[in-house]
Design a protein around this ligand. Structure first.
Ligand SMILES: Cc1ncc(COP(=O)(O)O)c(C=O)c1O
Length: 388
């Protein structure tokens, strides 16, 4: 037996006994996972060159159609191998070297894409911490002054909808394009519970397909604009720039997940937001510092604990000792436990345990109890597994 096989088994045993609250991750249905290990994992898709294409082209086209329907977008590109590559593709397609690109600074929770090697110039959108969002008035001034070619909305730390309409209005005046990086909230957008960037004026919606969108690790790009679609095609298609083989097994799993979201996405996304608020409320009631009570704490899957880098690391480590997994942010995300079917009663108990540990209780005291809760969550809800 290969050592790695053993390690995978141990990993799966371990993670199966953990409650995962990392907001960047999720779990696929078994139906979608099967696509990943199907024969498609071995294959190429270039139809004019390779034989054996009898079903492959149809799988890709069906996935495009499901994504188009789900996001009401004329063009859907499932090719990007990650959220990062979807963003990079859009940047390369829609800007030139020395262009300015307006982004949310990583200091304010923006995604830390490094524009320097691309020879693009970042300008940072003014941000108002008291509303955890872009300061729209100041951002409009900045955009008028700096005239960026692209404006990227969306964030890694995201609680509330982005001001897409206001920013898109001003972008039209200076002929900039608006990209909405929905990596974190794509599943909530698909479930129609967050905001609808393409209807609010964004030219492109893109992002990861494995955070709130409960699909395979990968990326997607969506647009309604013919010209933009042509430019994106040149970056994600053939002849290759960033992607040659887009991994057909991943595309198939993405298509299956899109179908699940068409069927169950609304209820899933609604539950994700309600459960995030529920955890926040429980923590708040027990005296833990969580901001934005007046705004119901969050409109997304995330809630944030007030920390600095040092205390964030300690919190993450302490919680993991009790088999509760978070990042050092500390961000807590409800999406995976919703997919795993946690009940409201179990959710409240997990929040209670988090609170007790944050207040200094010994984590190991709760390990068995958390493991027991986690080990019961082994069916994927809001998925095609239910109907198979
Ligand atoms: C806002 C945002 N964009 C892009 C990415 C990159 O996504 P991926 O990890 O799929 O490359 C992330 C990842 O965390 C993100 O938070």
């Amino acid at each position: 037996m290969a050592r790695i096989t053993d390690l995978i088994r141990e990993h799966e045993k371990y993670r199966g006994r953990c409650i995962n609250l990392v907001p960047s991750e999720n779990v696929m249905s078994l139906t979608a996972r099967k696509a990943l290990i199907s024969d498609l994992v071995h294959r190429y898709h270039h139809k004019d060159f390779y034989g054996g294409q009898k079903y492959i082209q149809e799988i890709i086209e069906e996935t495009r159609e499901l994504l188009s329907k789900l996001f009401k977008a004329n063009f859907a590109f499932p090719e990007p191998l990650s959220g990062n590559i979807s963003l990079l593709s859009a940047i390369l397609a829609l800007s030139k070297p020395r262009d300015k690109i307006a982004v949310i600074s990583p200091e304010n929770g923006g995604y830390p894409i490094n524009l320097e090697p691309l020879d693009r110039i970042p300008i940072y959108l003014p941000y108002d911490e008291s509303i955890a969002n872009i300061n729209v008035e100041e951002a409009i001034d900045l955009i008028h002054r700096e005239k960026p070619k692209l404006i990227i909305l969306g964030s890694s730390f995201i609680l509330f909808p982005q001001p897409v309409e206001a920013i898109s209005d001003v972008s039209e005046e200076i002929e900039a394009k608006v990209i909405y990086d929905g990596s974190h909230v794509l599943g909530l957008i698909a479930g129609k519970q967050f905001q609808d960037p393409l209807r609010e004026g964004a030219d492109v919606l893109l992002g990861s397909t494995h955070k709130t969108f409960p699909g395979p690790q990968g990326g997607v790009i969506l647009t309604n604009d013919d010209e933009i679609a042509k430019k994106i095609s040149k970056i994600v298609g053939f002849p290759p720039v960033l992607i040659d083989n887009p991994h057909i097994n991943r595309i198939a799993a993405l298509g299956i997940t899109a179908q699940e979201m068409l069927l169950y996405g609304k209820q899933y996304a609604y539950t994700v937001i309600q459960y995030a608020r529920r955890i926040a409320q429980e923590l708040f009631n027990s005296g833990i510092e969580i901001s934005f009570k007046a705004k119901n704490f969050t409109n997304s899957h995330q809630i944030w604990l007030r920390t600095n880098e040092e205390s964030g690391r300690i919190m993450k480590d302490n919680l993991e000792e009790a088999r509760i997994i978070v990042d050092t942010g500390v961000r807590i995300g409800s999406q995976e436990i919703v997919r795993r079917g946690i009940t409201e009663k179990e959710l409240i108990r997990v929040a209670e345990i988090i609170s007790k540990i944050l207040k200094g209780d010994k984590p190991s005291k709760y390990r068995d109890e958390v493991e027991l809760i986690a080990s019961k969550l082994n069916e994927i809800k809001f998925s095609l597994d239910q109907s198979s």
